[in-house]
Design a protein around this ligand. Sequence first.
Ligand code: MRU
Ligand code: ZN
Length: 205
Amino acid sequence: MSNILTRWNELADVKDELATRDWFFGTSGNLSIKVSDNPLTFLVSASGKDKRKRTNEDFLLVDRNGEAVEETPHIKPSAETLLHVDIYNRTNAGCSLHVHTIDNNVISELYGDEGEVVFKGQEIIKALGIWEEDAEIRIPIIKNHAHIPTLAAELAEHIEGDTGAVLIRNHGITVWAKNAFEAKKHLEAYEFLFSYRVKLLTIKR
Ligand SMILES: CSC[C@@H](O)[C@@H](O)C(=O)COP(=O)(O)O
Ligand SMILES: [Zn+2]
């Protein structure tokens, strides 16, 4: 099987799993997976589609600038392709996932003024590859901008390694990691932490 087809199927499987979790409200969310390094190309989800459906037009191959490699009259790359462009140009990540969930939006609003949300001493942090006792993680929260180059520029300030995550206030989360398996695992761990915090705060009130 060609590399592009292998990556397509891998990303389509991740998309199906996130859809099963109901993380693609109202066509929101986008996904990408790297196909080649030299030149840099990656598959990114088509804009505005119902990501719960699996079709032959779910992804497009784009170059290091996020431009479609082939002309595709019916579909265009995600409106947020520039965010994925920055991740692949600045890291060795192999996959990037972006979802809007109610919990990640609530957390981003609750802690938005602080510019980050901190989690400590929770077992699920090990899913992020951090194994120390009482480990602490900090997820930056950036302002949402309708102007995507401005949003991408602000996100880029927090792209520091081959794995990471940024919350966009009242918008969603962007996660990247070395491959699709790791990116999905990290996304699930973050969403676990957000859901836990929202539930705990609700009960404590
Ligand atoms: C339909 S609301 C979500 C969009 O504005 C955007 O934030 C998003 O995540 C999906 O855009 P898309 O162009 O389909 O990748
Ligand atoms: Zn979005």
